[in-house]
Ligand binder design. Sequence first.
Ligand SMILES: [Zn+2]
Length: 322
Amino acid sequence: MQADAMPELPDIAAYISALEPRLVGKKLEQVRIASPFLLRTVQPPLASAEGRPVRELRRIGKRIATGLEGDLWLVLHLMIAGRLHWRPPGVKLGGRNNLAAFDFADGSLLLTEAGTKRRASLHVVSGEEGLHAMDPGGIEVFEADLGSFRAALMAENRTLKRALTDPRIVSGIGNAYSDEILHAARLSPIKLTHKLEDEEWERLFTATRETLQLWIERLKAEAQMGFPEKVTAFRKDMAVHGRYGQSCPRCGETIQRIRYADNETNYCAKCQTEGRVLADRSLSRLLGKDWPRTLDELESMTRRACEDGAQIASSTMQGRKP
Ligand SMILES: [Zn+2]
């Protein structure tokens, strides 16, 4: 099992659907902070949030924004290891992983972060303007049409994987759901956006919406049963993500991977790359470089190789086993 991963749009939607009935209309009595790294803003002061009722919750990219009376917003980014929990009121903040508690009369929203790195962040901002400044600016898939989706992804010539996961291009999608979307669309993760045909754009747009919608519904239904305590990028019903070496649910072939330093992209060669395995070694040999450490490196290497007219992947699935 890979390391844990950042909650994406369906996870955040599930958190919000669980938080709404617990928080909206309730007074935020107190905020207790255990980690000095969490709060990233000074003005407005965090204390000014106390005593105000919650008016609404919103997703801003991969962040959860809690709107309080007076247009004051608490904007939380869970990053990779941050998670939320609903606990009895006044829950103790002891323990290394507990970063903060947001106290309400009926319960406390506890923020934890596993591991030693402190990446989760809390911003206190005022008004729509302050909220807007927290938005990386990617398009909202459910507000976009095919034309605006295509224009956003084509603004730069990126690999599909990178374009989908760049928060400045598309809002809320990360490593897990981009794998699922590209599998549903039957498109290669390293195909460049400027190379896509009309019909492929339609497939990608439809797959993006349908995949996210499916998972939003699934995770919201789970959140109805109880507060989402087990938020993970690896779900047993996923088609390819986190399923390296297992069978593709559509065609039965073995799921492949492209590895980076601390992450990987999963795909089905038969469904997505015309049977070509984007194998670690063959790709790096072809590109004449070390295997990329990040998606950005992979992308610049891919682009260079395409410009040179090179074949991206040489090996075929025949006789290959992961
Ligand atoms: Zn397949």
